[in-house]
Ligand binder design. Structure first.
Ligand SMILES: [Zn+2]
Length: 191
């Protein structure tokens, strides 16, 4: 059963098809508005979730104080300027300060911020701040490498450009060796 919001979204999607010059009643398009509506809701489901809650659901007291790195986290998001996908990888590290979290929770934090209308810069900072504010670690590092479909299929039509953004706190900011260790571990060129 679809919600009122889904039904209303579908009505608008149908109108978009018509405004684009399509016949929204032809067979291949009959279910398209509803599919698009559900798809858009899936791609923005992060609005209904909290990154902090995800981390707090699996926080463990632990004395480990070495860098924890989760690299190559697949990422699919949607640019807020064109509502077209951007996709790539996130690499996240933190240095625990009494608490660790489940490794899958780091990936879920990336997911919850990616499933919203985003700009890559804000996405990067939101992941960092969520981990810093929840686990209060000695430092957090986030690098996101992504290709933007709004650059690939329209506008400048650059197929192979990758945008890299990064955000650091604590030891990753103050200690160049720590930051370099992270960058070496993730194998990024940081271009
Ligand atoms: Zn865009």
């Amino acid at each position: 059963m679809d919600s009122k919001e889904t039904e209303e979204l579908a009505q608008h999607c149908k109108r978009i098809l018509e405004l684009l010059g399509e016949d929204s009643s032809r067979e291949g398009l009959l279910k398209t508005p509803l599919r698009v509506a559900r798809s858009l809701q899936f791609l923005t489901k992060g609005y209904g979730e909290s990154g902090e809650e995800i981390l707090r659901s699996a926080m463990f007291k632990e004395d480990y104080r070495q860098m924890v790195v989760v690299k190559d986290i697949e990422l699919y998001s949607m640019c807020e300027h064109h509502m077209l996908p951007f996709y790539g990888k996130a690499h996240v590290a933190y240095i625990p300060n009494g608490y660790i979290t489940g490794l899958s929770k780091i990936a879920r934090v990336v997911e919850t911020y990616a499933r919203r209308l985003q700009v890559q810069e804000r996405l990067t900072v939101q992941i960092r701040d969520c981990i810093q504010n929840t686990l209060n670690p000695l430092g957090v590092a986030v690098v996101v490498e992504a290709s933007h479909m709004c650059m690939q299929v329209r506008g400048v039509q650059k197929q192979n450009s990758v945008t890299t953004t990064s955000a650091f706190t604590g030891a990753f900011l103050s200690d160049i060796r720590t930051r370099n260790e992270f960058i070496t571990l993730i194998g990024s060129k940081l271009h």
